[in-house]
Write a protein that binds this ligand. Structure first.
Ligand code: CA
Length: 238
């Protein structure tokens, strides 16, 4: 490690735990190491995008020396543009000396919220196909799609892994009428979860609302003539 080579006994000690190097991270990580020295004043942990970052953002600064313990914790921001980030530790002393150490991390990115493809209306008791497809930002396989049908059946999981961007289809039947909001999310093989996507289906169609009256009249085609005869017999006329 070139950063360690510039350290001397009289200089502050900056040492990031080598376990951090090249690890794949998804959520918050604990950054461990040593920031100390006989003339120690403070240390700063920062991150930058890429292997040779153009700029650095401070994660944590402290005036308490640390020996082989927690220096900072870091949750990679969701708007990172690079899949690779560098973490840098800088240790300052009272002589104006600065020691530093640096590691490179691989940042896992979550899949995009899935597209949901299927009918927007239907009938109770009929099975309908729905297709779910998501792309993972760094092209990892999709481990599973998790689907909520907005009824009492609970979450359904389509288990993979599937290649990113390859559609998966399952079916569902709603027992009763209503408007249901289907929700789905994709999880990559490193357990990064997408946002929920939503899709509405209405069961049954709106124009079926008057069907009971139509059904009643169609079931009793002779009802009107019988009523007319009855009314005529009673002398009211029509
Ligand atoms: Ca990913």
């Amino acid at each position: 490690n070139a950063y360690k080579a510039i350290q001397r006994d009289s200089t502050p000690i900056a040492n990031l735990n080598s376990d951090l190097d090249d690890i794949f991270i998804y959520d918050e990580i604990t950054i461990k190491g040593t920031a100390s020295g006989t003339t120690f004043i403070e240390y700063t942990v920062c991150y930058g995008e890429g292997i040779y970052p153009d700029g650095w953002t401070v994660i944590h600064t402290s005036s308490t020396p640390v020996t082989n313990d927690v220096l900072a914790s870091w949750n990679p921001p969701s708007d990172l543009e690079e899949e690779i980030c560098s973490i840098k530790l800088m240790v300052y002393d009272s002589e104006g000396q600065i020691s530093e150490d640096q590691v490179v991390l691989l940042i896992n990115r979550a899949p995009y919220a899935p597209d949901i493809i299927g009918p927007t209306n239907g009938k109770p008791g009929v099975d309908y196909n729905f297709t779910f497809v998501s792309n993972d930002i760094n092209n990892d396989d999709i481990a599973e799609y998790i689907i909520s049908w907005d009824d009492d059946t609970g979450d359904e999981t389509i288990e993979g892994p599937f290649p990113s961007g390859i559609p998966q289809t399952t079916n569902h039947t709603w027992k009763s009428k209503g408007t249901y909001t289907i929700k789905a999310k994709a999880v990559d093989i490193y357990n990064a979860e997408s946002d929920w996507a939503t899709f509405d289906i209405t069961i049954p169609r709106d124009k079926a609302i008057n069907r009971p009256v139509l059904n009643f009249l169609q079931s009793y085609p002779n009802l009107f003539p019988l009523l007319q005869k009855l009314i005529q017999k009673l002398g009211f006329g029509l």
